[in-house]
Each structure stands twice: as structure tokens, then as C-alpha cells.
Design a protein around this ligand. Structure first.
Ligand code: GLA
Length: 391
């Protein structure tokens, strides 16, 4: 759906009044092409920003009140709080994300001189795993930075978003989602070394193919606890490996070194998790090389291998996303298909030849419903810009 910023401003004026300086901003969602569950393991990721995301309209206030309204949660009405009351609260729902960013600003010494009125609208499908929360965090950071004149880089806005998600919202995520939302570039994916935050833009030139996202429409519960478990298991594996190898992160190891040292990992599950982290990191490096060489076949094979590793070793896939990937692999003209994002539901990302896109959607639509009783959604996506002001 095309979002009309003028209409959003009108809605803002209706709710909060039309006076003063009212500014509009946007921060995108992301899809990760490859490099999954590597970002907290010192590895590489390869996400890109989407053209869907979260819109924000803001006007500073003169007191310490903050008023929030989201068109996506209209039933909550205007949620009012204060800069003096930035504590997580289940009842505060979605506003815990912007509140967490404000709390992090304060913690980092960026003292907010006043509150604000804020209207939000997001066009990322709910629960799809395309980073609606990260986009809301980056959006909030950008709005606060510009509204109150702080000197903060886009990379730091990503780090602030991640910190707030880890410490205010209790999800121990890595840096990938916020980084992609803050730093995205049109028609490029970001090859990011999460250990150093060095990055490179790699043009995604797919001469004969499109990126198609398939939404399984399932989000299994306990996502954040299962995610946090994976982090712990990876850390345990790292500690064991450090008894025999001089490494800081799992991303320091090649596949060969992993095979040499893996017996130091005592627990079988932790060994599987580490295997994924090491192999996925190396796969990501090779996939980017293949893409740069316009070798889409190899790029696609790496994507498929990533799914298998997430399914069997990291165990963050689920029945529905396994079905979607397996169906995709059978459609002629599909270069690659895999689950994308944190997992346990959400979306698959697919590289599909132009002439096969219709067949792909028809085939998966029908077979997925037959197998699961669910209705998948399909998005043929473009790669968009990182967070920015709209006027
Ligand atoms: C979620 C997290 C990211 C990353 C992915 C898995 O999206 O927010 O930091 O760990 O899962 O790659």
C-alpha cells in the first residue's frame, strides 16, 4: 500500500493540533539475504533495507510529556507518558520500543530537553519477522536526533536501537536489523562484519530475477526465549573452543579449523549451534563473492545451504518455513530459498527468475494451503534506502 505522508500529517494535526513544526520520517524494515544468527557470533551478515517500513510524524513539546499514537494500534488510542517515567511496562505495548530508545538516549548522555507528540504508521506485515521493531527503534532515534539537534551517526543510532531492544525490551538481538534499517542503500545489500562493524555495499544486480518474500503467517510463541537460548548455546560452545583455540568469536574460525577443534565442545547441541555459526559465516563470505561475480547460481546454492543448516543444526526453522523452502526448491527458475530472520516462523526469502515469479506464487500458494491449512503471503520486493527524513 502506498503511504501518503500528507494524510499522516493530517491525522497528526487532528489528534494533536496543527500548530508548530511537524516533521515526517521513515525507517525501513529489512530482509536478510544470507548470514543468519551470525551477528552475535562475530560473523558476517548480508541484509538489505526494504521499501516498506515505519513512518513517524513528530513535534517537540515544551514540557516533559510524551504522547504516542499508532495507526496500527488505534484501539490503544493516545498513549501518554513522561520523560520521567521511562520504564518498560507490558500495558504500554508498542510504545515500549520508542520509550526504550528515549531511555537509551538519556543513559548515553543525550539528555532530551522536552517530550514530543509522535504519530506512527507501519506497513510491514505484523509478525512477519521483517524487523518492524528495529525500524521503529531506528525511526525514533532519528526523529529525536533531528528534533533536538544531537550529533549522532547513523551507525550509533543503530547501536542505540539494539541497546534499547536488549536492555529495555529484553530481546538479546544482534546488530543486523537496526544496522540495515539505519544504513540501507537502494539496490544494495550491506555486507557487514558484525565483529568490527566494517561494512561494504554490494549492488544486488539480478539481471533476470527478483527477490520474493514468502510470509508463512506463523509466529511460534517463545520466540525471544528460544532466540536467547541459541545465544547462550553459542556462547557455551565458544568458551569450550577457547580452551583449545585462540579465538574471540565463532566468526574467527574457518570450517577446517572448526572441524579440527570441534571435539572440545562438550555438549552435542552446542556443537551443532557452533557448526552453523561457523559454516554460515563462511557461506556468507562466499555468497557475496559469488554475487559480485554475477554468479547467481552459486549465490542461490549458498542460500539453500543456509536453510538446511538453520533447519538441522541451528534449529530455528519450523515446519511451515521448511515446507515453504522445500516447495520453492522444486519450482523451476528458483535460484535459492531459505528462512530469513530470527526464525520460528516468519518469512522465507527467495531468488526467483522473472519469468517464474507467477508460477512460483501460484504453486506455493496452493501447495502451502494444502499442506498446512494456512494462507501464505507473497511480496515481490525492492531494496530501499536506510532511515531518512521525508521533508
Ligand atoms: C533477529 C535478530 C538479529 C539476528 C537475526 C538472526 O532478526 O534481531 O539480530 O540475530 O534474528 O540472524
Amino acid at each position: 500500500m502506498a503511504v501518503n505522508v500528507i494524510e499522516l500529517k493530517e491525522k497528526f494535526a487532528e489528534l494533536f493540533g496543527a500548530e508548530g513544526s511537524i516533521k515526517a520520517y521513515f525507517a525501513p524494515g529489512r530482509v536478510n539475504l544470507i548470514g543468519e544468527h551470525t551477528d552475535y557470533n562475530g560473523g558476517h551478515v548480508f541484509p538489505c533495507a526494504l521499501t516498506i517500513g515505519t513512518y513517524g510524524i513528530i513535534r517537540p513539546r515544551t514540557d516533559r510529556t510524551i504522547r504516542f499514537y499508532s495507526l496500527n494500534f488505534a484501539e490503544m488510542g493516545i498513549v501518554e507518558t513522561s520523560l520521567d517515567d521511562l520504564i518498560p511496562d507490558d500495558k504500554a505495548g508498542w510504545t515500549n520500543y520508542p520509550k526504550g530508545v528515549m531511555w537509551t538516549f538519556e543513559k548515553r548522555g543525550y539528555h532530551l530537553p522536552a517530550g514530543a507528540d509522535i504519530l506512527i504508521y507501519g506497513d510491514i506485515p505484523a509478525g512477519s519477522g521483517l524487523s518492524s521493531s528495529a525500524s521503529l527503534e531506528v525511526l525514533t532515534g532519528l526523529m529525536l536526533r533531528d528534533t533536538f539537534g544531537f550529533d549522532i551517526s547513523m551507525t550509533d543510532l543503530a547501536l542505540i536501537g539494539q541497546y534499547s531492544e536488549n536492555n529495555f525490551n529484553g530481546m538479546n538481538c544482534g546488530i543486523m536489523d537496526q544496522f540495515a534499517s539505519a544504513m540501507g542503500k537502494q539496490d544494495c545489500a550491506i555486507f557487514l562484519d558484525t565483529n568490527t562493524l566494517k561494512y561494504e555495499y554490494a549492488p544486488v544486480k539480478l539481471p533476470d530475477a527478483k527477490i520474493v518474500i514468502t510470509n508463512s503467517k506463523v509466529k511460534h510463541s517463545l520466540v525471544s526465549s528460544a532466540y536467547n537460548d541459541r545465544r547462550r548455546e553459542s556462547e557455551t560452545a565458544l568458551k569450550d573452543l577457547q580452551t583449545v583455540a585462540d579465538i574471540q568469536t565463532l566468526g574467527d574460525l574457518t570450517e577446517k579449523q572448526f572441524e579440527q577443534y570441534k571435539d572440545a565442545i562438550k555438549d552435542d547441541i552446542c556443537r551443532k549451534r557452533a557448526k552453523h555459526a561457523v559454516y554460515e559465516n563462511q557461506r556468507t563470505i562466499h555468497a557475496v563473492e559469488a554475487l559480485k561475480a554475477n554468479d547467481i547460481e552459486t549465490f542461490g546454492k549458498m542460500i539453500n545451504a543456509s536453510h538446511i543448516s538453520l533447519r538441522d543444526d541451528y534449529e530455528t526453522s519450523c515446519e511451515e518455513t521448511d515446507i515453504l523452502a522445500a516447495l520453492a526448491w522444486e519450482v523451476p527458475g528458483v535460484y535459492g530459498s531459505r528462512i530469513t530472520g530470527g526464525g520460528f516462523g516468519g518469512c522465507t526469502v527467495n531468488i526467483v527468475k522473472n519469468e517464474s515469479v507467477d508460477l512460483f506464487i501460484e504453486t506455493l500458494d496452493k501447495a502451502y494451503t494444502e499442506k498446512t491449512g494456512l494462507k501464505a503471503e507473497f511480496y515481490v520486493v525492492d531494496i530501499g534506502e536506510g532511515a531518512h527524513a521525508l521533508d
